[in-house]
Ligand binder design. Structure first.
Ligand code: ZN
Length: 70
């Protein structure tokens, strides 16, 4: 998505003119900076700590549930 500063709205690439300008005011729009970041780098480590903790908890609850049946 591109951002037009003077119109203060987002523009899809399809709505831009062939020059890449805003169709409303004709000024150059801000193109989003493409920063390719691997998914693993964007997920913080404490997220995986939380996931691991939830997994351990669910496994423990499953063990408890099975133990009740015995
Ligand atoms: Zn504009």
């Amino acid at each position: 998505m591109a951002w037009c500063r003077s119109c203060e709205r987002y523009l899809t690439p399809a709505t831009l003119t062939s020059e890449g300008a805003c169709p409303g005011c004709g000024s150059e729009v801000q193109q989003p900076e493409k920063v390719p970041a691997p998914a693993a780098e964007r997920i913080p480590w404490h997220f995986w700590l939380l996931v691991g903790g939830a997994a351990v908890y669910l496994v423990w609850r499953a063990v408890q549930g099975v133990a009740l049946l015995l």
